[in-house]
Design a protein around this ligand. Structure first.
Ligand code: FE2
Length: 208
């Protein structure tokens, strides 16, 4: 906890946190994320251009584009709610640590959507990282966790429960999977319909 404001911890969580499935190697910047070498030069440690860093597999990207266009204020209309769809650029430094070097908080570049850098004012940069972490939470909870584990498993669990004879070895082993499906149903209700944990972080996300 004592390192939560530090850049290495922000990068560490994309590899070792609860949602280590979004980070990708970046060989070419997306057109809607106009980061230049000059902008990130002070973060690069090898004295080579950003393009060369990409060629040498030292640049990574996390793009939360799935959140673009999701309307906020759905789960609790009485509370002001906001949602971002950031893009983060990360760098593998000489200590082999992944650190953020640029964060854009929504998908369309422009004067209203600046690219935040570690050289910005301390709390601007921390807030940009907090928004990105919040977006990671939304994707983790609704896609990685609920959709790709519980809801996907639930289909197989119900099919096995209904179709396999009770003496089938897989039917007997499926009691564990059945538990997952049941939990999925509970999660779907609590997280999406009654907006339990999602509401607790002030997000507005449509039910899956
Ligand atoms: Fe779960």
């Amino acid at each position: 906890m004592q390192h939560w404001q530090e850049d290495f911890m922000f990068g560490y969580q994309f590899l070792n946190g609860c949602n280590p499935v979004l980070i990708k190697k970046c060989k070419k910047l997306p057109e809607n994320f106009p980061v230049t070498h000059e902008m990130v030069e002070c973060s690069l440690e090898r004295n080579i251009p950003l393009e060369k860093e990409m060629e040498q597999d030292n640049i990574f990207i996390v793009d939360f584009h799935l959140l673009d266009g999701i309307s906020a204020n759905k789960t609790d209309p009485c509370t002001m709610q906001f949602i971002a769809a950031p893009i983060c650029l990360l760098y593998k430094n000489l200590e082999n640590k992944i650190v953020p070097i640029a964060i854009q908080l929504s998908q369309t570049p422009g004067p209203e959507n600046p690219i935040f850098l570690p050289s910005d004012a301390k709390y601007d940069w921390i807030l940009a990282k907090i928004w990105a972490r919040s977006s990671d939470f939304h994707i983790h909870q609704t896609v990685t966790h609920l959709l790709r584990t519980h809801l996907l498993t639930e289909v197989f669990a119900i099919a096995m429960y209904r179709q396999l004879p009770a003496v089938h070895p897989i039917f007997k082993a499926a009691s564990i999977v059945k538990g997952c499906g049941h939990t999925g149903l509970i999660a779907a209700v609590t997280e999406c319909v009654t907006s339990g944990i999602t509401r607790s972080v002030n997000a507005g996300i449509n039910p899956v």
